[in-house]
Write a protein that binds this ligand. Structure first.
Ligand code: C2O
Length: 491
């Protein structure tokens, strides 16, 4: 429930790997050290050790948690985190949670290794998912169902709030419920004016890290099953152009139970009303179309503008990504431990302090970030400790930022914590720096994180004194021992 204090003891029984857990979307106001970011807010939890995370579940909404140590979450170290509202602003009878994810024949460390080796570069490194995309179902009424073949019990005629989470590690994912209209009411923890989904038919499309809650009234006819359907963006972009136009009867069709939504094995086939060309030509993401229910106006004027030029870069034959030419590597000492020592020397030469791509923010300033994507990949960006207003995000190949926005900026822009940046395009984001701490800002594609597509915002460092714990030498040694090895060099 919103306002609750959440306490989670994470015992690392992974044997030979260190870990941390990040609570994706939780602001951690006043609890920066609970954000779970390795090398930024903490040392990783060594094998055999336990860490207690304690923080306030401050806003109702749909969130998730995942490991923030290289390559662990794609192999399954994640789960949903729903914060309930004692007085939700919408009426519904019941709710359930659906996670969309991708999976691969190789384990994540293998993929990371391949991606970060000259061999991987030669192979173009792009992982080929062996599957996707509905991966889990959680309901308040029984045990979860994990894996591809789900049967979701629903009561005909009832309205459900369905919380969708995109836990994919590489592509975005589309979702549809054949024959059922979906109305969006929440995006990334922000309530929005109820909005009927219309793009590409009735599809929801989520970028890695994004969440969206939709209201759906189940068909009143108890004599029918309904297929649910989902597809990876990669399969739309590079997939079979002859996707059949109709879905066969779901394999798990159960004539005795008349009120199930069914995910079928051949569910990468779209519903009858969705056509491949529609999918391909669709604007892909409708995540800017929503209006926050609280009507929070556009933040202005801008006090601090930051421009990030994103490029792909080969360093010593290793495929890396760079922001303004620097590719992130983690530091030995978590930035939070030293942030209060930041001074002008640091600002002038952050590398001396082991920091790559740090941005220092003043308390309460309005920050505008323009991410210029000079790369052919899509990059879903996620900010820790905040959500941001999205002012503009042109279509793929929309061109780099040249000083003006394309779109008429809405006076009440959507606020989210994750947004898809399209290929050869840009995104304009704003937020107020009202949460002192050291916060990661990164692409949520796990392979790209491991390839350096990351920066840190060091917000109001002078206010961090209270958070800073003086680490003992033993702690710092542990940090070193369990530092995640990253191929390539910093710059
Ligand atoms: Cu969901 Cu820094 O991540």
């Amino acid at each position: 429930m919103a306002g609750d204090t959440l306490i989670v003891n994470v015992c690392n029984n992974l044997g030979n790997q260190s870990t941390t857990i990040h609570w994706h979307g939780i602001f951690q106001n006043g609890t920066n050290s609970m954000d779970g970011t390795t090398g930024v807010t903490q040392c990783a939890i060594a094998p055999g050790r336990t860490q207690r995370y304690e923080f306030i579940a401050d806003r109702p909404g749909t969130y998730w948690y995942h490991s923030h140590v290289g390559g662990q979450f794609p192999d399954g170290l994640w789960g949903p985190l729903n914060i309930h509202d004692p007085n939700p602003p919408f009426k519904y009878d019941d709710e359930f949670t659906i996670a969309l994810a991708d999976w691969y024949d190789e384990s994540s460390p293998e993929l990371v290794h391949k991606y970060q080796s000259p061999e991987g570069l030669a192979l173009d490194g792009t992982p080929k998912p062996s599957g996707g995309a509905v991966y889990g179902y959680w309901s308040p009424h029984g045990p979860p169902q994990l894996g591809k073949n789900l049967s979701i019990p629903v009561v005909p005629g009832k309205t459900y709030m369905i919380r969708l989470i995109c836990a994919a590690s590489y592509p975005g994912i589309a979702w549809d419920m054949n024959g059922h209209a979906q109305t969006t009411v929440e995006v990334d923890g922000t309530y929005v004016k109820p909005q009927f989904i219309k793009k590409g038919g009735v599809l929801v499309r989520l970028a890695p890290g994004q969440r969206q809650a939709v209201l759906v009234t189940m068909d009143a006819d108890p004599s029918k099953n309904w297929p649910i359907w989902s597809i990876l963006d990669l399969n739309i972009l590079f997939g079979n152009k002859n996707i059949p136009k109709a879905v066969p009867i779901a394999e798990h069709y159960n004539p005795n139970v008349t009120s199930w939504l069914v995910y079928n094995k051949s569910a990468e086939l779209p519903p009858a009303h969705v056509y491949y060309e529609d999918l391909l030509n669709d604007d892909f993401y409708d995540d800017l179309d929503y209006v926050p229910l609280d009507g929070m106006p556009l933040l202005e004027p801008v006090d601090h503008q930051i421009i990030f030029n994103v490029t792909a870069k080969n360093i010593s034959s290793i495929s890396r990504f760079a922001i303004n030419n620097s590719s992130y590597v983690g530091s030995d000492v978590p930035a939070l431990y030293t942030a209060n020592t930041i001074d002008q020397k640091y600002v002038a030469n952050p590398l001396v302090y082991g920091q790559v791509n740090p941005i220092i923010l003043k308390h309460n300033e309005v920050v505008e970030i323009i991410i210029n994507n000079k790369d052919s990949n899509l990059h879903p960006w996620h900010l820790h400790g905040h959500n941001f207003q999205v002012l503009d995000r042109p279509n793929p190949y929309g061109g780099v930022y040249n000083g003006t926005y394309n779109r008429t900026v809405s006076r009440v822009p959507v606020r989210r914590d994750s947004v898809m940046l399209q290929d050869y395009s840009y995104a304009v984001l704003r937020f107020r720096a009202d949460n002192p701490g050291v916060w990661m800002f990164h692409c949520h594609i796990e392979l790209h994180v491991n390839s350096g597509l990351m920066s840190t915002f060091i917000e109001a460092p002078e206010r961090l004194v209270a958070h800073n714990k003086k680490p003992t030498q033993a702690t710092l040694d542990l940090c070193k021992d369990y530092k995640i090895p990253i191929a390539g060099n910093a710059v």
